[in-house]
Design a protein around this ligand. Sequence first.
Ligand code: SF4
Ligand code: MG
Length: 332
Amino acid sequence: DAPLLEVADLRVAIGGERVVRPVAGIGFQLRAGETFALLGESGCGKSMTALAIARLLPDGGRIEGGSLRLRGEDLLAHTEARMRAVRGGRIGMVFQEPGTSLNPVMTVFEQIAEVLARHRGLRGAAARAEARRLLDAVGIPDAERRLDDYPFQFSGGMKQRVMIAMALAGEPELLIADEPTTALDVTIQAQVLDLLARLQRERGMGMLLITHDLGVVARMAQRVGVMYAGELVETGERSAFFAAPLHPYSRKLFAALPGGQQRGRALDALAGSVPALDAEIPGCRFSARCPQAFAPCTHESPGWHRRDGQAVRCHLYAEGHNAPVPAAHIAA
Ligand code: SF4
Ligand code: MG
């Protein structure tokens, strides 16, 4: 059985004269019905990874290499027309800013109706009934009346629910949610996360969840991939990851959580900076910030090493080197 989504050695470049490579060879698999979290600080390439999967890179952006398969089907071989049918249909998307993809001069119904017509051939009364059902499903009270409201008439949290309803309208197999709650108030964040988790379960969707927040990973994901400077540095089951993060960067993420509780900002609190992504980077991309860096780290790029359910890209785990296994930080 092909995985729902298979990303292999994905490479993204942006720009002409000065080329930046925000995604430098990412690979992971997402199974149907599971939530895979891509975790990392801002600028690490996680949003570019999401946009590349939907083939929605900004102007000047291009996929330089690798492959993207949805149920075994090569997305990079699709024409733009075929891709438009996949996007909004088999792949639904929710972004950070509530309302970014809402049209301010169309009612919510008009916008959902467009998706229903394009991806499911629903029109007229059938579209109206389905749109109402979708607003109900995302917990918008008084759905029948709210369908005729404009985006500005919704609060931030309600707008994000509308976005989720639009993303679901095409009945996606894969939902890509990029920091879906980061812009929302803390109390609303929890409600929207619970909603996403419930919808994902009920619909059996796979979810690629992009986040900088360990709390969101703990709450939502079955598996996690940690990104640093355009690369994955650790992947594994959530429980194994929270019990014993292996990569020095992953451990820093946990250490940066005061009392293991703070959400949000934590990842920006690390010392040092991420390497510029417009030049060849020799060695480990984390070496300038890594407290455990040793001889090979500045000139040899580390390979992947396996430990039970986890995989880590770090020289400490190479054969013959005894990596200290850290104590548990927080329970998932
Ligand atoms: Fe640190 Fe070296 Fe491991 Fe990179 S390879 S994370 S620098 S120990
Ligand atoms: Mg982002």
